[in-house]
Design a protein around this ligand. Structure first.
Ligand code: 4AD
Ligand code: MG
Length: 468
């Protein structure tokens, strides 16, 4: 079909042209004098095209008069200057073809306001609402910006596997992948499930991170990144956790933690400013209806220099803060979201990069620092914290010294034989390298102000929820 996207039809230069548009009716008003005003959306932009139809159309009484929200139509007509407020252009219809009617009684996403909780039960039709259309467009722009940023800097895009046999983060939060009969799996002599008879001849999982698999590419080809879905079976019912989420993971060759932090800062600024520049219409909507500080926050971040401090310095700030914590801060314990948000929202009021966390709370692969003057051991980890979200990026310099890595693996109770190929990178031509992971959905939340992560991914996967 030779159709003009509404985004283009609304361009004032087109006034006088006859075009065909197609989409879904958002609102229909039928007036007594034989006129109908239809507002149409086709997803190409936030705005609606107003279509004026009158009874001179052959199917006016039979079809057009019965149109309501949700109907799909194809309309051909002249684009004319609009007298109505809010839009410069409207269409004077010459022909309207009705493709799909709706049952107005049962159509779940009428033009009235619905709660996001309700719309989650209608994930297949919430895409027809202002909010979810705007989220989808912003998410798309962010993904394109991510690739632009890395491609322009010469990073290679590497596709790492989704099925894996290693646990990158070592947190044991993996979903198993198996074709064994769960009711009657084969058993070994000790009565344990015998995964050597499973599809891959070993125990396998959905990946929690592409990092381990991308490192060999970094240690051969230089700067690389992977970008794909990752899975975590953590039972956290929070507005910031999903069981399936997308992660971008660059890996920098011949680099240390400072290089990593510089990259993370430039990267976030690029993504945020691209969304600001290109997503104006959608962002204006979020700023008006979802979070009145979104535009200001995005602009502010672009202009500010991220604060960098160590975990130990962050602990000093937190321990002297006058605050009733749910979890009182204590050296050695992980930062809670309340601590992260305090640092970025109250103490510094801008993004904060916390580095050098205690070794005991971080995965095996992070570079081990010399013990501090009190003998405490930290690793070259970094978390980037932003207002309202807390941790948006987690990363580190990698341990590239074979003996240190081996002893960390022993400490963490890992079987070194399972990671022989990862250790090989440290045996043959080892180099300092570093990388990080950005949670795509947390980034979309940050750019849109959407409070719940379930509303920035098309079909959220959370505990007890995988309907669509
Ligand atoms: O801090 P994480 O666990 O780091 C890694 O996985 C490293 N292997 C990354 C690397 O160095 N290549 O996760 C990275 C980011 C977090 O900062 C957060 O934004 C996001 O992934 N994330 C989640 N997003 C949604 N739901 C979850 N359950 C998430 N867990 C982590
Ligand atoms: Mg983390």
């Amino acid at each position: 079909m030779d159709r003009t996207p509404i985004k283009k039809a609304l361009d004032a230069d087109r006034i006088g042209q006859t075009v065909t548009v197609a989409g879904w009716v958002r609102t229909a008003r039928h007036s007594k004098g034989g006129f109908s005003f239809l507002s149409l959306n086709d997803g190409s932009c936030f705005a609606l095209l107003q279509i004026v139809a009158d009874r001179t159309l052959a199917n006016y009484e039979r079809e057009i008069l019965h149109l309501s929200a949700g109907c799909s139509i194809v309309a051909t007509g002249e684009l004319v200057a609009s007298e109505g407020k809010g839009q410069a252009v409207e269409m004077q219809a010459k022909e309207i073809r009705v493709l799909g009617e709706v049952d107005a009684e049962t159509y779940p996403v009428q033009a009235k306001r619905h709660t996001f909780e309700f719309l989650r039960t209608q994930a297949h039709l919430r895409t027809r609402t202002n909010t979810f259309g705007a989220v989808a467009r912003v998410r798309n722009r962010i993904c394109a910006a991510i690739h632009e940023f890395f491609q322009r800097r010469g990073f290679l895009y590497i596709h790492t596997p989704i099925i894996t046999s290693s646990d990158c983060e070592g947190a044991g939060e993996q979903f198993g992948v198996s074709t064994l009969d769960p009711a009657a799996p084969p058993r070994d002599e000790n009565g344990q499930v015998d995964f050597s008879q499973d599809f891959f001849g070993r125990r396998t999982y959905l990946t929690v991170s592409g990092q381990l698999a991308v490192e060999p590419y970094c240690c051969s080809l230089g700067d690389v990144y992977t970008f794909g879905p990752t899975f975590r079976a953590e039972n956290s019912n929070t507005p910031r956790h999903l069981a399936e989420f997308w992660m971008v993971e660059p890996e920098l060759a011949f680099a240390d933690l400072n290089d990593d932090a510089d990259l993370a800062e430039e990267f976030l600024k690029y993504v945020f400013s691209t969304v600001l520049n290109d997503g104006e219409e959608d962002l204006n909507f979020f700023n008006e209806h979802i979070d009145k500080t979104i535009l200001e926050t995005l602009r502010h971040i672009h202009e500010s220099e991220f604060v960098r401090l160590t975990y130990t310095e962050a602990m000093d700030v937190l321990e002297t803060a006058e605050r009733d914590w749910d979890y009182p801060p204590k050296w050695g314990a992980d930062l809670q979201t309340e601590h992260e948000r305090y640092l970025t929202e109250e103490t510094f009021q801008k993004p904060v990069i916390v580095t050098d966390y205690p070794a005991s709370i971080k995965p095996f692969y992070m570079y081990v620092n010399e013990p501090d003057e009190r003998g405490r051991r930290t690793v070259r980890a970094m978390d980037v914290l932003v207002p309202k979200i807390g941790e948006i990026i987690g990363g580190s310099q990698r341990e590239h010294r074979l003996e240190v890595l081996e002893s960390r693996m022993d400490e963490c109770g890992l079987n070194k034989d399972d990671y022989w190929w990862y250790l090989d990178l440290r045996r043959h031509g080892s180099i300092p390298h570093a990388g990080f992971g950005l949670g795509l959905e947390r980034c979309v939340q940050f750019c849109t102000g959407m409070a719940n992560i379930r509303d920035v991914i098309p079909y959220p996967r959370t505990p007890r929820n995988a309907e669509f």
